[in-house]
Write a new protein. Structure first.
Length: 141
């Protein structure tokens, strides 16, 4: 069996990124290993995520610095699934997360676009199978 293990988010600073993803989004810090030359292997994931996690990679070149906050050309690049949209939307708003819109209902689920601390765009989404039945329709993360 194959699966997507990690996706990378290029960050300005490890500690500020950890603070946002762990303290604000509520992710778990899965690994923080120091490497050579001040680099670190930092992995965060939503609680309970079994497969995909996020590798926080500090920019080390001008080209990478230029990509911080716009890694996907302005498109939504990450999709945070939830089985309780209203609860998580309210919690993230209370934590200061910037939402670009009010929640909307699409054929595929309930969704609202938010920004991480650098301006990368994410969807908070409860897939339609979760909304209708209360059951998890896939893995979180």
């Amino acid at each position: 069996m194959s699966y997507l293990g990690l996706v990378t988010v290029v960050v300005r600073d490890y500690d500020e990124a950890i603070a946002f993803y762990v303290d604000v989004l509520g992710f778990e810090l899965r690994e923080d290993t120091r490497l050579d030359d001040g680099k670190r292997w930092v992995v965060v994931a939503p609680p309970g995520a079994r497969e995909t996690a996020v590798l926080l990679a500090r920019a080390v070149s001008d080209g990478q610095e230029a990509r911080i906050g716009d890694q996907t050309g302005g498109r939504v690049g990450w999709f945070l699934n939830t089985e309780a949209f209203e609860r998580d939307y309210a919690r993230l708003q209370a934590a200061g997360v910037v939402f670009e819109e009010t929640p909307r209902y699409e054929p595929y689920g309930t969704v609202a676009v938010f920004q991480d601390l650098y301006g990368n765009r994410w969807d908070l989404i409860q897939p339609v199978c979760d909304r209708a039945s209360g059951q998890t329709g896939g893995t979180t993360g």
